[in-house]
Design a protein around this ligand. Structure first.
Ligand code: GLP
Length: 242
């Protein structure tokens, strides 16, 4: 694993954006695995900025997102499809047909997951997979449990995840209890994995994921077994690793 330690959130975002843009320049038709949450917002802003300046071309890039809430579709403003449209897809020259997420509008979990698994299989391995970390060490929506979920599957969200993500929902609106997520095998298939973490809130997760025991009770800990992981982390998120 390579670790880039940065002063703060902005520097983390710039460094991570640099790595993603290098991937796109190296392979313009790469498959990029993307993530949501607040952590990647700065890096998406940076990528959009470079694109506007004419330095970054997404015309051949294919994207696959980690996850989507079950029950929310592209038109729901709290869906990850909307988040991606607002923060990246509509702001760069990605072709809409090249941007993929699980379909939250399919209520039959088997059908939704089967479809996304088949799509991932047809696109081949992600050249680079971006990941944030849940406070409980989750990646995508792979929550702590007795075993590592393998392929795309439907998960019941941990109560702490529902609470952590409530801030993205209008007051009074329920956070969906279930989500479709790439499984651990779908994530580890990536040739390169880029993990970003910022802030004190993530300090325990960073320590346990990268320096603790490999256990499904800390889903991200399995990243220790992947041979090309880059962690870009600010001082606060790394503060419990010293
Ligand atoms: C959600 C997403 C994860 C993300 C996590 C952390 O649970 N499914 O992919 O990494 O939130 O989000 P944040 O960056 O907002 O802390």
């Amino acid at each position: 694993m390579r670790i880039y330690l940065t002063k703060d959130y902005d520097a983390m975002s710039r460094k991570a954006a640099n790595i993603i843009s290098a991937q796109i320049i190296l392979k313009p038709d790469c498959v990029l695995g993307l993530a949501t949450g607040s952590t990647p917002l700065g890096l998406y802003r940076q990528l959009v900025d470079w694109h506007r300046k004419g330095d970054l071309d997404f015309s051949e890039v294919i994207t696959v997102n980690l996850d989507e809430y079950r029950g929310l579709g592209a038109d729901d403003k709290e869906s990850y499809a909307s988040y991606m449209r607002e923060n990246l897809f509509s702001l760069v020259n990605l072709k809409p047909e090249n941007c993929h997420l699980p379909d939250g509008k399919i209520s039959d979990s088997e059908e939704a997951c089967g479809k996304y698994n088949a799509l991932l299989g047809s696109l081949g391995r992600q050249d680079l997979q971006l990941l944030g970390l849940g406070k409980n060490g989750h990646i995508g929506f792979n929550e702590p449990g007795e075993f590592f979920g393998k392929d795309v599957h439907c998960v019941e969200l941990a109560r702490s995840t529902v609470e952590a993500n409530r801030r993205f929902f209008e007051a009074g609106k329920n956070v969906p209890a279930y989500a479709y997520t790439m499984g651990i095998r779908s994530i580890l298939r990536a040739r390169k994995i880029l993990v970003i973490a910022s802030g004190k809130d993530k300090a325990d997760a960073v320590r346990e994921v990268f320096f603790g025991e490999v256990t499904p009770y800390v889903p991200g800990s399995i990243l220790q077994l992947h041979n090309d992981v880059i962690l870009v982390c600010d001082e606060e998120a790394f503060s419990k690793c010293r």
